[in-house]
Design a protein around this ligand. Structure first.
Ligand code: GAR
Length: 198
């Protein structure tokens, strides 16, 4: 069987990345080919290297606001690694329509809210401020609009009366680590129907 080759893009600690890497074993239809970050200090890079996965860094800062020039560099390691599927996992750079268009139907993102609610940042605080009784996370296909694109899976988390953004984020993150690997496995096997976790 020929495995799909998965590249994971991160900006930080990479706990979702670890969950994805550790899932791609055995009868999983995909294998990791690359972990890449826009920040050389991203904690996830060492965790990928420990697992024997190739890593790359393309620092966005020398490019100033020139997103297209940054992305022209970002795409080189992805092509060199013969990437089939790109997983954004806490990758905190906005990608242009030009870049996204090259990965249509082949790029996933995890977002810490029940999309279409709370696109963008500070999702947990905003959900609490709005008095939501339920929050969660979403894996979706990436399209040019921020945090849009077909939903591939969601996991729901009840909000507690004594929640803070930090406590709620921690419980959502546990669900992210279950949801993202489950969705990737299905996606790599050709399934696009949304996976709805309780
Ligand atoms: C995760 O909660 C992810 O959903 C979120 O950043 C965190 C990364 O954690 N992503 C976004 O906010 C994307 N806009 P990790 O580096 O430990 O996986």
């Amino acid at each position: 069987m020929s495995h799909k080759r998965v590249a994971i893009l991160i900006s930080g600690g990479g706990s979702n990345m670890v969950a994805l890497l550790d899932s791609m074993r055995g009868d999983h239809p995909a294998r990791p080919c690359l972990v890449m970050s826009n920040d050389a200090s991203a904690g996830g890079l060492a965790k990928a290297a420990e697992r024997g996965v190739a890593t790359a860094v393309v620092d966005h800062r020398p490019f100033g606001g020139d997103r297209a020039a940054f992305e022209a560099e970002l795409i080189k390691p992805l092509i060199a690694a013969q990437t089939d599927i790109v997983c954004l996992a806490g990758f905190m750079r906005v990608l242009t329509a030009g870049f996204v268009g090259q990965w249509t139907g082949r790029m996933l993102n995890i977002h810490p809210s029940l999309l279409p609610k709370y696109r963008g940042l500070h999702t947990h605080a905003r959900a609490l401020e709005a008095g939501e009784r339920e929050h969660g996370c979403t894996v979706h296909e990436v399209t040019p609009e921020l945090d849009e694109g077909p939903i591939l899976g969601q996991a729901r988390v009840p909000v507690r009366a004594d929640d803070t953004p930090e406590r709620l984020a921690a419980r959502v993150l546990v669900q992210e680590h279950a949801l993202y690997p489950a969705v990737l496995r299905r996606f790599a096997g050709g399934m696009r129907e949304p996976l709805l976790m309780p």
